[in-house]
Design a protein around this ligand. Structure first.
Ligand code: ADP
Length: 549
């Protein structure tokens, strides 16, 4: 084949520094509002954020941080964390956001694996950092992201610096370096439910493309008219890219810090007139409960993206019917930066009855431009897009990993596609629906029972706050479903009532064999139910159906 005729456009690398530079220049007065760990509310503009990010970039250089070096953070959603996002990656180093909810041993493991040179951390995490510092072999400098008067006296942490001192003693005279857009930008570890966490190393190019694509109208639809409050933490897959897509669109950004309880969030939503938010289903429970219990409505909040685990239809209905908040169901994973699909309607759906529209909106949605997906059977054969056939979900695209950091776990790809570990259907219009994670699926008599459906039905019962369904060993069927239920405070429901509630809603053989009640479900570092823990807890549970089958 003859070489192509090359285009004649400027070859400007896609670097994340260009996002904050753009926001400062074109939306310089748009606000960033942060509830600080110190308790007060801090506000400034993109212009001021850019200046402080450049000061921090100079400070990092003075600390000896070079191209490709890893700089870690243990921090909530706040303005200093945002400055680090741009200063670290923008200067050519790699921002490694650590999930502080992981076990301290895992945090130490991750910093050693990443070979972090510097750790920036919030005051909340001082005890954690004191505990892990002796085990962190590569960290040379620790920086406490706090005002000078909050610095601890006589801390045992070696080379402990004050963030504000660093900012104050360096100038904002800094030019963002230009380099290959494929250079590493940020590093996020998966939560490692089995084995050690593995690192996804995003590039500048993948991060900028993800920021562009995720903000599009058929995806998250972020605009300069929005006020965006990411509840999803900046240590959980870069808060789903919002620290990039929000400045890229010049929207006002509201960062809630450590106060994620219903009241604190509600107050911030109202005082800052938030229009759009994002979080995993469990965080909305607290906010919805607080608003319902106090008879409150939202005066500006209109849209939220919910993902990370399946959003129960009951939650979507409550948000829409009681609060006039539209839910955009989204699906993705750490390995995908994270966005893969969003569920938004097409023109032809607008004529459908409301019930049908809602049923469609419960799916995880259509691919965002840049992501391709397919479902395959156990032999890797592609399955039809008919909304019925379900199989292993595979994806590919420019913001999906091709390898884990340091080659951990070998080559993850299958013929160039990344296996997500999820089981899904895809319908004629390309709307994907997750039936389960392959490791959570219940295998009963050689057939699969999807636990998400069973859980969604359970939480649509008025007395059920949360539910999780797991497979329990059964000598004849291999596994049978056990439903674990957290009742709503002050309400009761019996096992028999719940089982009767399933009647007519599912195939008979999907009916859980038993129901157990508990006060709380075990949640992992990203707010998801840890089914492996539940399976361990109930592995000896004796199903009442054993004697009859
Ligand atoms: P981890 O895999 O480390 O727990 P991720 O945030 O990367 O953390 O989790 C990705 C997984 O979360 C997906 O593979 C899928 O199983 C689940 N998930 C994400 N969004 C949804 C959703 N909207 N519905 C159902 N499952 C989801």
């Amino acid at each position: 084949m003859a070489p192509p005729l090359m285009g004649q456009m400027m070859n400007q690398p896609l670097l994340v520094s260009s996002i904050i530079e753009f926001a400062a220049r074109h939306f310089g007065n748009s606000e960033i509002v942060s509830r600080r760990v110190e308790g007060d509310v801090h506000r400034y503009t993109y212009r001021a954020c850019h200046q402080r990010a450049k000061r921090l970039a100079n400070a990092l250089q003075a600390l000896g941080v070079g191209m490709g070096d890893r700089v870690a953070t243990l921090a909530w959603n706040g303005y200093r964390h945002l400055e680090a996002y741009y200063a670290v990656s923008g200067s050519g180093a790699v921002l490694h956001t650590i999930n502080p909810r992981l076990h301290p041993e895992q945090v130490a493991y991750i910093t050693n694996h990443a070979e972090d040179q510097v750790l920036l951390f919030d005051l909340t995490f001082l005890p954690l950092v004191e505990a892990i510092a002796p085990h962190c072999k590569t960290i040379r400098t620790y920086v406490l992201m706090a005002d000078r008067d909050r610095m601890p006296a006589g801390s045992k942490i070696p080379d402990l610096r004050c963030y504000e001192d660093l900012i104050d003693t360096h100038s904002d005279d800094y030019t963002w370096p230009q380099f290959d857009e494929n250079a590493a930008c940020t590093l996020c570890y998966t939560s490692g439910t089995t084995g050690n966490p593995k690192g996804a190393l995003y590039s500048h190019r993948s991060t900028v493309l993800h920021a562009y694509a995720s903000a599009m109208p058929s995806a998250l639809n972020v605009s300069a008219r929005d006020t965006v409050l990411p509840v999803v933490p900046m240590f959980h897959v870069n808060a789903w890219g919002l620290p990039y897509s929000v400045p890229l669109n010049g929207a006002k950004l509201v960062l809630p810090g450590a106060a994620l309880d219903g009241k604190s969030l509600y107050d911030l939503f109202e005082s800052e007139q938030v229009t759009f938010s994002a979080g995993v289903p469990t965080v909305w429970l607290g906010l919805i409960n607080y608003a319902v219990q106090n008879g409150l409505k939202f005066s500006s909040f209109r849209r939220t993206v919910i993902g990370g685990s399946a959003c129960p239809p009951a939650m979507m209905n409550t948000l829409l019917d009681a609060f006039n908040v539209e839910v955009i169901h989204a699906w993705g994973m750490t390995e995908m930066s994270p966005l893969g699909t969003t569920c938004t309607l097409q023109h032809k759906h607008l004529a459908l009855p409301q019930e049908e529209q809602r049923r469609l909106l419960q799916k995880q949605g259509h691919a965002v431009y840049g992501v391709d997906m397919k479902i395959v059977d156990d032999d890797g054969k592609e399955l039809p897009w008919d909304g019925k056939a379900y199989g292993h979900l595979l994806v590919k695209g420019p913001w999906i990993i091709r390898a884990y950091f340091k080659g951990e776990g070998g080559d993850p790809l299958q013929d160039g596609w990344f296996p997500t570990g999820d089981v899904a259907t895809i319908d004629e219009d390309g709307y994907m629906q997750i039936t389960d994670r392959s490791k959570d699926v219940i295998k009963s008599g050689g057939e699969w029972i999807g636990t998400i459906d069973l859980e969604n039905i359970a939480v649509s019962h008025p007395a059920v706050m949360q539910a999780a369904c797991i497979g329990v060993h059964h000598p004849k069927w291999d596994e049978r479903p056990l439903l674990v239920v957290v009742p709503r405070p002050g309400m009761t429901v019996s096992r028999e009532e719940l089982l009767a509630f399933y009647e007519g809603k599912i195939a008979k053989w999907w009916l859980p064999d038993d129901v157990v009640f508990t006060d709380a479900l075990p949640l992992g570092g990203t707010g998801k139910v840890q089914k492996n823990k539940l399976r361990e807890q109930y592995k000896d549970h004796r199903l009442p159906t054993l004697s009859t089958q």
